[in-house]
Ligand binder design. Structure first.
Ligand code: T4K
Length: 405
């Protein structure tokens, strides 16, 4: 402990890290393989529109997830929009507010009213007990989010959806490589949507995918992804351009081939964080259900001000000063972002757990760019901040900095 504290430039006025420690640093697989594939695409002059790498990417993903169809898209958000459109949703859709704003924007972009549902504070996912009271004659669906890669209570949501004749979709942006009840995330509900954005466990620079076991649903997404074309000169429906390009598919494919290494690294990081953070008052690391498979792509802590002596926001600022760029995902909750804040001004009253969690959560840097030593230093910083802070009328007194050894 002494060595790691001494190593922290914290005491000397210099930041603890010489370079920024980011959340969301991309995992890069076999660089040569990516470049080779991109070169091949250039040589063959096939750059997009259902090219060979996109088709291979879709095959690999659907095989891995054990689902009949994978339709690759240009982003997770585009995947959500296509899935919502293919499901024919309209009117109101029940969705958690505690998610990336893109989840909710996808609904609003299509003229659907998001109806914000509270989360279970223990899991941070939509609380099925809060869903039923929100159903109205205008409700057409439920959009659950497997936040942090922790699957929603799929069975409870499915049972509500079935009994109320609603379509159930899942935003699985965080959950690539995760399982629930022994089955890989990808085939739950009418469809699930993944993100392959640069910051995700596997990335395609930008990218997404809609997965489903429903043949008609997959066809609808495929056709709408390509302007409504069902064949040359045959435009069957309204569509958009949601296609993944070959450079993205080359990256995505190579990334998926390395998923075992990425997850192993993430899991080691997670366990290292867990052991270094243990015993720090007021700091709790979100756990994963050990019975399921996880990608451990998010290391999420909550800060309990009463026990830690400082707020999440204080800790966030202190870490930022030390070049540890932790993120307050997903603060302040979508209902407090525009246009929702203006549209639904009192909705926060029924989102008690969302507000509670959103004000306490902090995501710490992980992924293959982060080493054991980085984690030890980040945790030593957190331990130091907590040990040296106390609250005076809601303000934190400057940290007492011991003399440099
Ligand atoms: N649903 C959920 C639950 C989601 O979390 C997301 C996306 C979506 C849907 C939509 O999927 P996509 O349409 O994006 O495929 C980032 C990502 O842009 C976003 O994809 C992601 N969720 C969200 C959680 O994180 P920001 O606004 O935090 O991005 P930014 O630019 O601040 O970058 C985040 C961190 O990553 C920074 O510390 C910098 C680092 N970074 C980022 C990029 C792009 C790098 O080190 N290298 C990079 O190339 O949204």
């Amino acid at each position: 402990m002494k060595e790691s504290i001494e190593a922290l430039a914290f005491f000397g006025g210099e930041p603890a890290f010489a370079e920024d420690q980011h959340v969301g640093r991309p995992n890069i697989g076999d660089e040569e393989m990516v470049l080779g594939r991109v070169r091949q695409a250039l040589r063959t002059r096939w750059l997009t529109n259902d090219g060979p790498y996109v088709l291979e990417f879709e095959r690999r993903v659907s095989d891995m997830l054990g689902v009949r169809h994978c339709v690759a898209t240009s982003s997770g958000t585009m995947g959500l929009e296509l899935a919502v459109k293919a499901a024919g949703l309209s009117g109101e859709v029940i969705v958690p507010s505690f998610t990336f704003v893109g989840t909710v924007h996808a609904l609003t972009w299509l003229g659907i009213t998001p109806v914000f549902c509270d989360i279970d504070p223990a899991t941070h996912t939509i609380d099925p007990r809060r869903v039923e009271p929100l159903i109205t004659p205008k409700t057409s669906g439920i959009l659950g989010v497997h936040l942090w890669g922790r699957p929603c209570d799929v069975e409870a949501l499915q049972s509500i959806a079935s009994s109320s004749n609603l379509t159930l979709l899942f935003d699985a942006a965080h959950a690539f490589g995760c399982s629930h009840g022994g089955a890989m995330v990808g085939a739950f509900g009418a469809a699930e949507v993944f993100s392959f954005h640069a910051t995700k466990v596997c990335n395609a620079f930008e990218g997404g995918a809609v997965t489903t076991n429903d043949d008609e649903f997959a066809d609808a997404v495929r056709i709408m992804r390509n302007f409504g074309f069902a064949g040359e000169d045959d435009v069957r429906t309204l569509g958009t351009n949601g296609k993944m390009n070959e450079a993205s598919a080359a990256m995505g494919l190579t990334s998926v081939e390395s998923i075992g290494d990425f997850i192993a690294h993430n899991e080691r990081n997670y366990r290292t964080y867990r052991s270094h953070l243990s015993g720090i008052p007021g700091i709790k690391i979100l756990s994963y259900d050990e019975l399921d498979r996880h990608n451990y792509h998010y290391v999420v802590i909550t800060v309990d001000e009463a026990a830690a002596g400082l707020t999440r926001d204080h800790l966030h600022r202190l870490l930022t000063a030390e070049r540890v760029l932790a993120r307050r995902y997903f603060y302040p909750g979508c209902h407090r972002c525009e246009p929702y804040r203006s549209q639904f001004s009192n909705v926060g009253q029924r989102l008690g757990s969302t507000e509670f969690v959103a004000s306490r959560v902090l995501c710490l840097p992980t992924g293959t760019a982060v080493s054991d030593n980085d984690i030890a230093a980040i945790c030593a910083l957190i331990r130091f901040c907590v040990a040296n802070s106390y609250q005076v009328s809601g303000r934190i007194r400057p940290l007492e900095r011991p003399e440099r050894a």
